[in-house]
Ligand binder design. Structure first.
Ligand SMILES: Cc1ncc(COP(=O)(O)O)c(C=O)c1O
Length: 388
């Protein structure tokens, strides 16, 4: 058994990473602790780094081709980790990131002025990919009961018109941390199926789960025709900088439309390292992932215990997935804007501003807890000093 050390401090300053080296440009601060963008302060696992180094042994970094080695690693991962056996090589397309895939799917599967539904608060590029493609954005707000979020199906049904063509599902959900259960997904799929709406399910966080994950592909085959699944090993294995992702659909016609756009935009391939990393992560990554999940669970426990014992005026619901915590600052008597300033200037902590995830994010900030436990504790002390 390998031992991976998630307690190790890795100096990321001056490595051209956006999380640290983008602070001045993006937040006008330099000496703050970055707890924002969704990558982890843990080392990318050695087995991936070693495989990437092997790419150099080829001595020529010319144009690559994606072979069955890559698709088989995806197919096998889904079988082993998620008990999904319906994926075939011909169902998979590749592109340079999940947001790129999302944009391509919107362009491929709807027309200008068609309506696209998203469920807010949600990962902010969901707004821009729809708007930038000149589609009409329809917001189906999630229901929030004590920071536990559920889908508002009544509102969803009311919002659907004959112009509604797509629904972008965030599964598991960033930032609210829900793993949608089978009943919720079935109800959603049924409504979309009856209204001829294609579900684009962004499952980039599906391996970072603390309870059983249900993929959209676990649903009955009759729904598969209306489903596109997007994923990447980037979040799970801390390789977001490699910009690689894949698209799975069981519907040949949908796949043809998507591939046409990938071709038109010249985004239907990935670089050598991105290709190598998919097979490396999915063929070798299970043991590392189990240890990572344990470490993240412990960090969440640290946060829960800290909030319980201290006077920190912050509430949250422990996530069912992701290392992102949706912190509720509503008990802090101050404006959202002032809280943001106090976080930056007094705590010297950079969290994601909740408003960027939708208007429901007022007085919420998203905290990234994928960092060594002692650094998390230090950050909590800083929060507590300011917000107790
Ligand atoms: C739900 C979701 N989708 C997509 C992405 C980004 O994917 P990519 O970097 O592959 O475009 C993120 C990153 O945080 C995310 O949370």
């Amino acid at each position: 058994m390998n031992i991976y050390n998630f307690d190790e401090h890795v100096n990321r300053k001056n490595t051209d990473c956006v999380k640290y080296d983008g602070l001045k440009k993006l937040f006008n601060v330099e000496d703050a602790k970055p707890l924002w963008v969704a990558d982890m302060d843990f080392k990318t696992p050695d087995f991936i780094l070693d495989d990437l180094k092997k790419s150099f042994d080829k001595q020529i970094l010319g144009y690559p081709i994606i072979t069955s080695k890559t698709s088989n690693s995806i197919i096998s991962w889904y079988k082993r980790r998620h008990n999904i056996s319906c994926i075939e090589e011909s169902d998979i397309s590749y592109t340079t990131g999940v947001v790129t895939a999302l944009s391509a799917c919107i362009e491929a599967l709807s027309q200008e002025d068609d309506e696209v539904i998203i469920q807010t608060p949600v990962y902010f590029p969901f707004f821009s990919v729809v708007k930038n493609n000149n589609r009409k954005l329809i917001l189906n707000e999630l229901k929030n009961k004590n920071d536990y979020y559920t889908i508002d199906f009544d509102d969803l049904k009311k919002k659907i018109t004959n112009k509604t063509k797509l629904l972008i599902l965030c599964s598991p959900h960033n930032p609210v941390g829900r793993v949608w259960n089978k009943e919720e997904l079935e109800e959603l799929a049924k409504i979309c199926y009856e209204n001829n709406i294609i579900i684009i399910s962004d499952e980039i966080h599906s391996d970072l789960v603390f309870k059983k994950f249900t993929s959209i592909l676990h649903l009955d085959k009759k729904y598969h025709d209306n489903i596109v699944l997007l994923n990447s090993p980037s979040k799970t294995f801390n390789i977001a900088g490699l910009k690689s992702s894949y698209i799975i659909t069981k519907n040949d016609t949908i796949k043809k439309h998507i591939d046409k756009i990938l071709e038109k935009r010249h985004i239907g391939s990935i670089n050598i390292f991105g290709i190598e990393s998919i097979a490396s992560a999915y063929n070798k990554g299970e043991e590392w992932l189990e240890m990572l999940l344990n470490y993240l669970k412990n960090n969440i426990l640290t946060l829960e215990q800290y909030v319980e014992k201290s006077n920190l005026k912050i509430k949250f619901n422990s996530p069912e997935a992701t290392y992102l915590i949706w912190l509720n600052f509503s008990e802090v008597i101050d404006t959202h804007e002032n809280i943001q300033k106090r976080l930056l200037n007094n705590c010297k902590l950079v969290l994601n501003d909740g408003i960027t995830f939708g208007k429901e994010g007022k007085k919420y900030f998203r905290l990234n807890i994928a960092l060594p436990n002692d650094e998390l504790l230090e950050s909590l002390e800083l929060l507590n000093y300011e917000f107790n």
